[in-house]
Design a protein around this ligand. Sequence first.
Ligand code: PSU
Ligand code: MN
Length: 303
Amino acid sequence: MINPFLQIHPEIADALKLGKPVVALESTIISHGMPYPKNVETALAVEQTVRDNAAIPATIAIFDGKCFVGLSAQQIEFFGKAKDVWKVSLRDMPYVISKKLYGATTVAATMRIASMAGIKIFVTGGIGGVHRGAAKSMDISADLTEMENTSVAVISAGVKSILDIELTLEYLETKGIPVVTFGQSEFPSFYSRNSGLDSPLRLDTAGEIAEMLQTKWALGLQGSVLIANPVPAHQEIDANEMKLHIDAALQAATERNIKGKEVTPFLLQWIAQHTEGESLEANIALIKNNAKLGAEIALAFSV
Ligand code: PSU
Ligand code: MN
């Protein structure tokens, strides 16, 4: 039965029917993760990277009371520019859909909608996780609980050190979510290739990753696999330099009493502003790098 809340672009619907590789992409990064116009340029460049690597991009967002799988360039432009777009995680979906509001989907909501559409591979920059101080705040992203439930692989550049990386890895272990780093043994921390933490698993080719995904799901093991793709070496920012900015951003968030869903966008924006765009450039580079790997995995997965 076709889900009445799903609006799948015809090109993507055809590709899925034929078993061709499709890569899902999120929209919170467009509306809340980067400034205009870099956000729109990046979203379009990421789609192009997916195409250049023989897969079909499916950027996901909510409007007109539906979950759209595959946006036009005009729709991406709208989501990059509009000021009244909701950041939609799982808990916001029924409200934003029933009220017919504009919603940019987080990793959690994008995974769920991708899964409803039958897409298995999803590319993003960074996932949400266990925040520093979570023992007191209980701030743990719904991205992690969604990864426990939904069988869509997530390709990211690791976990940002605005989060508690060690606790995030512990949480993923508890929930049975495999964490694989591509091509190195250390888990990366988004802007930097290192984090000081060993990656639980390592694989060196897209083909091996696709095979592991097929094996997991064929075993009946539900849920995601987190694939951490280190930022390219010439585009990384030194972890010690990032630490200063991240510590300052966290302090600013505490002083301003930023809470709930505003925390992650606040920290991202603060860091971008205080690194004179250097972090934004690294962010753009790593997402394109992830799009390439994601397309390669989707291709290997589809054959
Ligand atoms: N981390 C980033 N860039 C982002 C996000 C996280 O480096 O754009 C976004 C993603 O959409 C992610 C969401 O799913 O923030 C997590 O928000 P929260 O921590 O409120 O769950
Ligand atoms: Mn949170």
